[in-house]
Design a protein around this ligand. Structure first.
Ligand SMILES: C[S@@+](CC[C@H](N)C(=O)[O-])C[C@H]1O[C@@H](n2cnc3c(N)ncnc32)[C@H](O)[C@@H]1O
Length: 405
């Protein structure tokens, strides 16, 4: 038996003691004992619990790998997530003012990737067990929106007909305006008879849309999402902010950042128009994104909406082919890159005359790198807001304002 004290949390939310020794489900300041297995402590017993320790709200928490921080108070998680961003900025020599964190409520996730496996008796659907590829069922999940929960039973029926006993299928379940929008990958190949089985299941479960291995099998109802005044039908499984509350918090931060002044705006890494379309209520927008299908969806939403200013779209790889300063003549720009950040595009933005940038990021480390480039080039980092739409996970998202000085 080894007894150690937890010093801090790692980026995956594991407690870390000197060594380093990793101890999942523990908190800084706790004294714990267990069996040392390399750099991990197993059979862990909490000897002195932290004041921040709480009873996990979900009964699946001990085994389910979906959440990492249900044993910590909301206040602790909020401070920890803000601290991660503060630390990443400090590593680049930057400081920022932080707006209060916006945390999505429990049971608000409108999108989840479920795993499913066919079994002797039927099928198993849920999330992976902690640190394992075993699928465990989560009928009382405290993360998913109540209207998304029926996706679990529908996914079970799909796995029974379309998964092999050996492999797993993955079901991206999204709540759209007309119910459930499911996109399955890793399922058996589509053929005529199988297609009609799937079509029957779509009817039976009242799904809005089903895509199988990238192909739309049935679109019973339009799988719309509302972005401002527009109704958009994203391609199956396309990027969508994880909660409605998170999307609204990010949009509010973006609007605060640009201050409602500009007439001409640029949305970089625009996706299906989460920001472009609401901003088009007041400004003419140009949306740039690598996925042509997402831009087609954005465009469709704009064409059918009433009362929006002009929106243009451009399919472009902004990593390999960033927009150069001569073409960056806008009153404001929104930038919301994937986890890798936007090094190449930020290098060009840094040379532009755009007075204000609203930066949305899902990776504090690449954000801090890109922020440092902007600050070195004459932008000021006005504020940062952490937006926690991946509640109880170690994932951190943020919005920030940069202004030209
Ligand atoms: C974090 S998402 C944001 C999407 C959108 N702003 C939203 O909030 O829904 C990042 C987007 O960047 C796009 N993307 C990824 N790599 C890209 C690249 N090299 N060039 C342009 N867009 C890219 C993805 O397709 C995705 O839509």
């Amino acid at each position: 038996m080894t007894q150690i004290q937890i010093e801090r949390l790692g980026h995956q939310g594991d407690g870390i003691a000197a060594g380093p020794i990793f101890v999942p489900l523990t908190l800084p300041g706790e004294t714990v004992s267990g069996t040392l297995d390399g750099t991990k402590l197993t059979d862990v017993r909490i000897d002195t619990p932290s004041e921040d320790r709480v009873r996990p709200p979900c009964r699946h928490y001990k085994s389910c790998g979906g959440c990492q921080l249900q044993h910590a108070s909301d206040a602790f998680v909020a401070d920890w997530k803000v601290g991660i961003v503060r630390y990443a900025l400090a590593a680049q020599g930057l400081k920022a003012d932080f707006k209060p964190i916006a945390t999505s409520p429990e049971k608000s996730r409108r999108r989840a990737v479920l795993s499913a496996r066919r079994t002797k008796k039927g099928a198993l659907v849920g999330f992976h067990k902690r640190a394992s590829d075993i699928v465990i069922e989560v009928p009382d999940c405290t993360l998913l929106h109540a209207d998304l929960m029926p996706a679990i039973e529908a996914a079970k029926a799909l796995a029974e007909v379309g998964a092999s006993r050996k492999g797993e299928i993955s079901i991206t379940a999204t709540l759209c305006n007309n119910g459930l929008d499911l996109a399955v990958t890793g399922g058996k190949p589509l053929d005529g008879p199988f297609l009609s089985v799937l079509a029957q299941l779509v009817e039976h479960w009242g799904l809005a849309r089903l895509a199988w291995n990238g192909e739309i099998v049935a679109a019973r109802l339009p799988a719309t999402q509302t972005f401002g005044k527009a109704q958009v039908i994203p391609p199956p499984g396309a990027f969508l902010q994880a909660t409605h509350a998170g999307e609204q918090a990010l949009l509010t931060a973006v609007k605060d950042a640009i201050g409602g002044q500009g007439k001409l705006g640029l949305d970089l890494f625009a996706g299906c128009g989460t920001f472009t379309l609401p901003l088009a209520e007041h400004a003419q927008m140009h949306a740039v994104e690598s996925e042509a299908a997402m831009l087609e969806a954005l465009n469709g939403g704009w064409r059918h909406a009433q009362g929006l200013k002009g929106v243009t779209t451009e399919a472009r790889d902004l990593f390999r082919n960033p927009i150069i300063p001569e073409d960056l003549k806008y009153d404001f720009a929104v930038i919301d890159p994937p986890r890798a950040g936007a090094e190449a595009q930020v290098a060009e933005l840094a040379k532009s005359d755009i007075p204000v940038l609203a930066f949305v990021s899902c990776n504090p480390v690449t954000f801090a790198r890109d922020a440092a480039h902007l600050v070195k080039s004459g932008y000021k980092l006005d504020w940062v807001q952490v937006v926690d739409q991946f509640r109880w996970s170690s994932h951190v998202e943020l919005a920030a304002r940069f202004s030209a000085v």
